[in-house]
Design a protein around this ligand. Structure first.
Ligand code: UD1
Length: 432
């Protein structure tokens, strides 16, 4: 077991290179199952969620090769199974993409109900409804989703998403890519990774139009061919480091980003007193003056992303005045609050609303990450706090951040990865 140890209170200066987007990678890798050929996928982040989804593909019979640290080659021509084992798929939410991909390619999928971060109830009813509209039969039996296409294969349909779900939009795109006829997704989600998945599939021969708008049209094609594709930079990773600089002060060039994807985050950080400048495929962020209060409401893209809510809340704990944060997507996204309070933060939560009274400083404390973005927010709080912060359960953070420690050390943060003897001792006690 390992933990992060942070000696906070130091402003950050220098450059950080952003990795490929986690939420695009965990969809594009399963989408390679739809391809009758060899896919070379570049800019793949080296994170544990990616390692896991690649392992699942291997278990299914795909030939997976790491060509270098961030490039993976996947050959799905000789898949031997459409059954995804429970012990692998329950570890990540994104395993739901295997249903759409396997159903789209082979007409059947048996996938254990997905796991992932506990952000509240995470249903997949919209996914199931879409597969059924395309003609599939879907049953949940003993914790597994069984999806089967009719003998004639999946057919196009018009699907109205009751809610603009990221996962259901992408899953429908996958299932429909090789169906017969035209599928129209109305009230589709518009996140950058949806456009990235459409671009990936189109570069392999699919016919998908309108991704990034509310209406996506997918004309099914018989086959997809191999090719090469590079994943977009991670909007949330970039936003996390921007929030870190806003909290600590300093001046950092965030490299390899699509600045447009960051507008919704930059706008709030600027309102809080940061300066953000777009320079080609980089943004430069600095803060030297006081941190100001803001109100934030999370919404689907292009609104402020829910996956940045804990990180901006970390900044707001030390802003002047009272901020109101409203979580508009998940019902259980404030589990980090108890940990922030250990550092002296003043936060009251009532349902989806958090009221944060800024304090003049946080003090370092031992913390436990409770989910991916909450863990990232604890790192930001630790960097801004006076004294030492230990963060345990960092496996949550490693699900989504490549080389976090090295990247932060590169801009002057005092953070290191150490073996957590206490945690190990604790585990031994529990084992006894
Ligand atoms: C994805 C992201 C996650 C992010 C979220 C919202 C991945 C792997 N994960 O999650 O990091 O926080 O988008 O931007 O990309 N819903 C239903 N029924 C469904 C599906 C969703 O009611 O079948 C609801 C959810 O409970 C939630 C809302 O729709 O309230 C949005 O969920 P969705 O966009 O589907 O999130 P995920 O795809 O799970």
């Amino acid at each position: 077991m390992q933990k992060y140890v942070i000696n906070g209170g130091k402003p950050l200066f220098g450059e950080i290179e952003i990795s490929g987007a986690k939420n695009a990678a965990v969809a594009i890798i399963p989408a390679a199952l739809l391809v009758d050929g060899v896919c070379r996928i570049e800019n793949v982040p080296q994170i544990s969620d990616v390692t896991l989804i690649l392992r699942i593909l291997e278990e299914l019979g795909a030939d997976v090769r790491l060509l270098n640290k961030n490039t993976v080659q996947i050959d799905s021509r000789h898949i031997t199974s459409c059954h995804v084992p429970d012990e692998l798929s329950r570890k990540m939410r994104a395993s739901y993409y295997l249903i759409g991909a396997l159903l789209g390619r082979f007409g059947q999928a048996v996938v254990s109900m997905p796991g992932g971060c506990d952000l509240g109830t995470r249903p997949i009813d919209l996914h199931v409804k879409s597969f059924e509209k395309l003609g599939a039969r879907v049953d949940v039996v003993s914790g597994y989703v069984h999806a089967t296409a009719p003998k004639t294969g999946l057919h196009g349909a018009t699907i109205y998403m009751d809610q603009a779900s990221v996962g259901a939009t992408m899953n429908t795109m996958m299932a429909a890519a090789r169906s017969t006829g035209l599928t129209i997704i109305e009230n589709a989600a518009k996140e950058p990774h949806i456009v990235d998945l459409a671009n990936f599939l189109n570069s392999m021969g699919a016919d998908i139009m309108g991704a990034g708008t509310d209406v996506i049209r997918i004309r099914g094609v018989g086959q997809l061919h191999g090719g090469a594709y590079s994943i977009i930079p991670d909007q949330i990773e970039a936003g996390t480091y921007m929030a870190a600089v806003t909290a600590t002060g300093g001046d950092v060039l965030i490299k390899n980003v699509i600045p447009k994807h960051l507008d919704c985050i930059s706008a709030k950080l600027v309102e809080m007193g940061a300066k953000v400048e777009e320079i080609g495929d980089c943004v430069r962020i600095s803060r030297s003056g006081p941190l100001k209060r803001v109100n934030v409401k999370t919404m689907p893209y292009p609104g402020f992303p829910t996956d940045m809510q804990p990180q901006i809340s970390a900044c707001l704990t030390i802003a002047e005045g009272t901020s109101v944060v409203t979580e508009g997507i998940w019902e259980n996204r404030y589990r980090y609050v108890a940990e922030f309070r250990r550092m002296g933060a003043q936060i009251q939560v009532d349902g989806k609303i958090a009221v944060i009274e800024g304090v003049s400083k946080l003090s370092g404390a031992p913390l436990m990450a409770c989910d991916l973005r909450a863990g990232a927010a604890m790192v930001i709080a630790g960097l801004a706090a006076e004294g030492t912060t230990d963060i345990g359960c960092i496996h949550y953070i490693e699900r989504g951040y490549e080389n976090l420690v090295e990247k932060l050390r590169g801009v002057g943060a005092d953070i290191c990865l150490v073996e957590d003897e206490d945690e190990e001792a604790q585990h031994k006690i529990e084992a006894v």
